[in-house]
Every structure is written in structure tokens, then in C-alpha cells.
Design a protein around this ligand. Structure first.
Ligand code: SF4
Length: 447
């Protein structure tokens, strides 16, 4: 007999659970295990069509290089590439962009947002960053972009490099701090040191980036209550424009999981989910007392009027995203696709003049509706009128059982045309979202 909605929520909301291996975050929908190489021809068709008037476009470039691999890292990154190989990779990324820039889908469009992610974009030298920017702007001018976001590892930043990053037009600098404690950074395999955080932050402030974000992870190996309090105190000393706090997950391709396997352990050596959520809540509460506003399950900002995150907000409203580089994710005209996942196959495809795509999925209108709904639920507030207007769907009727169950448990309420989640629900949102998946996507692999 299929489980009732109440039983599904009982299972999803079980609390105090240990951290075991696997992906926790819901970053996209439908799950990646449904994306297939056989579906790539739909990408080739969709790029030959024009995009509907008014569709926002973003560009993401994945820079897969790091000084060393963090033990919790699950991204496609390389720590052994020399300057020549990095230069070649940038050139290939730009060839890839130029191929798309000639297609009817992309030609003549001005990106609304640009995102440099990784890996470590700040691992690139000033000369490499300059070359990258010039080639990129020549292929697809950014002059109308509202946001240029750039991820940085504090230990790679000098004042001169930060000046070059700002000169590229970067508006949102995101510092991958993760933790302020020297020992915790070290045992988790981070390359940077505590004092490098303060140095990079003060240069960035002096240079005047419009927005500085600090990323933290709640529940790194050896995290303690005492140290987490110190992390919060450090945030309040620095007062960044935006704070992003992730709850530590341990996917299968991490160093931590390999260590667990070698020791025959099923539980990861990090805090349980209940503790991680408590730590995020303590940070959010302290930030709110200092005047911040919590704007999603992971973010708090000092000034919500001024500090936006265009990349996230546009993506969660179904914008077109062109992802460049190894393993990058794209979404064009309702078709999801991901690039080839390793350096060699990606390079070979671009060198042959082929689009380096590894797998794809054409979404249905219903899947696009659910995708936007679950992503926007991560904001903690969902506009009912948005979904009626865009998809012609009454959200509360379509998911009446799920919303009744959330309301019965005191996790959500409807207010003035909005669905509003409680803090408790927001901190567990990635497990709650599975209740909104179509039956065929329940229990799917998220890799
Ligand atoms: S810096 Fe980021 S991308 Fe690089 S290894 Fe560490 S977690 Fe992975």
C-alpha cells in the first residue's frame, strides 16, 4: 500500500538523525539520475530556436582548480594542473561560449547575471583573469548584467588580485571562509589559514566591492558548540553584506566518505542533523539581533533592499542558464543539460568543435512548475500569484495534502497570498522538498 502523506512526512522529518553518506541538498529538479546522454539531441534542437521575449539569461563558468582538495569536497576539481593547462582550459571555455554565442538561442542576448564558480576562480592569476574577461565580453557583452558573482578562497587573494577582480566588474565577491578556526580548517583539508581570511576581507572592503558574502559550513569535522559561538562572533565583527551557511553533507565522492569506508563506518565523523540545524539557527538568531534578515534557508543579509542575489533568484524563477566548463550545468528553454564530467573528454570535445555535453533532460511543464516551486520554497516564502500567473496552477490545490500536513505540524501558514514557512521548516527544507516530487522521482539518486 502506498504511504500516506502523513507517513511520508513522518519519515522525512525524523529528527536527531546521524549524518550518513549521500547527497542532502536539493539543487535542481528532476533529479540528476534521470538525465541521460541519449537526450542530448534535444539540446541541439533547442539552441536552434529563439528564446521567448523577456527570458533572463545567465552565464556560469566553472573554474575547476584548487590549491588542495578539501576533505568534504564533492565538486569536479583538479589540484595538479600547470599554468599552460589552465590557460588551455580557459581558451576551451571561451571556444565553448563562442559556439553558443552563434546559435539563435543565445546570439544577441545580454546576460542579466554572470557567475564564476568552482573550484576556485580566485586560483587564476591576474593575467589569466584578464584574458578570460576580455574573451568572454567579446563573445557575449556583459554591459547590462545586474550582477557579476565570483567565488574566492581567502588564501589565494592578494590586494592586487582583488583589484583585478573588481576591475573585471565583479559586484558580488563570495569568500569561502567555511570556518574561522585554524585547527578546524586544517583537519578538514582547507588550504587557507585563519589570518588570511581577515586580510582578504579587509582588502575587499577597502577596494569597495558592492557585496561581500561569507560562506560558512555548520558541522565541519571537529566542530564544537564553543567554536561555533566563536564563528558567530567573528561574523558579527566583520559584518559582511551577506552570510551563507550550509549544513555539512558528506556525499560519496568526498575524502571523508573514503575515510569512513576504510574504517568500515556508516556514520560520518560530523555532528548529527539536529545539531547542525541548531547551529544554523543560533547563527541566524544572532544575525537577526544584529539587524540582519534571513532571506533563505542558507542566507542572511544586512540590507535586503540593497543586497540581492540575482543568480539564485533568476535561476529559481526558471531563467536560462548557460553553464561553461567541465561538468557545468545548464538550463535552456526547459532543457537541462550537464557538460562532460572530466577534463580530458571536455577538452577533446571542444577541440573537435563539438558542444561538450554529457547528459540532458527535457522537462515537462509540470516538472518546471515543481522545480520552481521547490526551489522557491527554499526562500521561506512563496507567492501564490506567481504560480497562478506563470503556470496557471493553484499551488495550494495541487499540493493540498502536503500543505495541509505542513500546516497541521505548525511548519507553514498561508498569509496574504503567500505560503510562509517557519524557521524550523526552513532549516529542514531539503528533506521536506522530497514530498513535492512526482512519484517517479521519489527516492531517486541526487547525483
Ligand atoms: S576550495 Fe571548494 S571546490 Fe576547492 S576543494 Fe575545497 S570545497 Fe572543493
Amino acid at each position: 500500500m502506498p504511504a500516506t502523506t502523513a507517513e511520508i512526512f513522518d519519515r522525512l522529518l525524523a529528527d536527531g538523525d546521524e549524518t550518513t553518506a549521500g547527497n542532502y541538498f536539493v539543487a535542481n529538479y528532476p533529479p540528476f539520475s534521470f538525465w541521460k546522454p541519449t537526450l542530448i539531441p534535444r539540446v541541439c534542437e533547442v539552441i536552434e530556436t529563439l528564446s521567448p521575449e523577456g527570458t533572463a539569461l545567465g552565464v556560469y563558468f566553472h573554474i575547476p582548480f584548487c590549491r588542495k582538495r578539501c576533505h568534504f569536497c564533492y565538486f569536479r576539481v583538479y589540484t595538479d594542473k600547470n599554468a599552460e593547462e589552465i590557460k588551455g582550459y580557459i581558451e576551451n571555455g571561451m571556444r565553448e561560449l563562442e559556439m553558443y554565442a552563434r546559435t539563435p538561442r543565445i546570439a544577441g542576448r545580454k546576460p542579466k547575471f554572470v557567475y564564476f564558480g568552482g573550484g576556485t576562480p580566485s586560483y587564476l592569476s591576474v593575467a589569466q583573469l584578464t584574458m578570460l574577461t576580455e574573451r568572454m565580453k567579446a563573445a557575449l557583452p556583459w554591459d547590462e548584467a545586474e550582477e557579476i558573482a565570483f567565488e574566492a578562497e581567502p588564501g589565494t587573494l592578494t590586494e592586487q588580485k582583488l583589484e583585478a577582480i573588481r576591475a573585471m566588474g565583479v559586484t558580488r565577491l563570495s569568500l569561502g571562509v567555511e570556518n574561522f578556526d585554524r585547527h578546524i580548517l586544517e583537519v578538514n583539508g582547507r588550504a587557507h589559514k585563519e589570518d588570511e581570511i581577515y586580510r582578504a576581507y579587509s582588502y575587499a572592503r577597502k577596494i569597495g566591492f558592492p557585496q561581500i558574502n561569507i560562506d560558512l559550513i555548520a558541522g565541519m569535522v571537529e566542530e564544537t558548540d564553543e567554536n561555533w559561538k566563536r564563528n558567530i562572533a567573528k561574523l558579527l565583527e566583520l559584518l559582511p553584506d551577506c552570510v551563507t551557511i550550509y549544513q555539512m553533507e558528506v556525499p560519496f565522492n568526498t575524502g571523508i566518505f573514503k575515510q569512513m569506508q576504510s574504517e568500515g563506518k556508516l556514520v560520518a565523523p560530523v555532528a548529527d542533523w539536529h545539531t547542525k540545524r541548531r547551529w544554523v539557527n543560533e547563527a541566524f538568531t544572532a544575525l537577526e539581533e544584529a539587524g540582519y534578515t534571513v532571506t533563505s534557508a542558507t542566507t542572511a543579509v544586512r540590507d535586503p533592499q540593497k543586497t540581492k542575489f540575482v543568480y539564485r533568484d533568476e535561476l529559481w524563477k526558471g531563467a536560462d542558464l548557460l553553464g561553461l566548463g567541465v561538468a557545468s550545468f545548464s538550463h535552456l528553454g526547459g532543457v537541462h543539460f550537464q557538460n562532460l564530467p572530466d577534463f580530458e573528454s571536455y577538452t577533446a570535445a571542444v577541440q573537435k568543435g563539438e558542444l561538450p555535453i554529457g547528459r540532458a533532460l527535457e522537462t515537462t511543464v509540470e516538472e518546471r512548475f515543481i522545480r520552481e516551486l521547490i526551489l522557491q520554497l527554499k526562500l521561506g516564502r512563496v507567492s501564490l500569484a506567481y504560480f497562478t500567473g506563470k503556470f496557471g496552477v493553484n499551488v495550494t490545490e495541487r499540493f493540498s495534502a502536503q500543505f495541509a500536513e505542513l500546516a497541521r505540524r505548525g511548519l507553514m501558514r498561508e498569509q496574504d497570498g503567500w505560503l510562509v514557512l517557519t524557521r524550523e521548516a526552513l532549516l529542514k527544507i531539503d528533506v521536506i522538498l522530497h514530498a513535492f516530487f512526482l512519484p517517479q522521482h521519489q527516492n531517486a539518486r541526487y547525483t
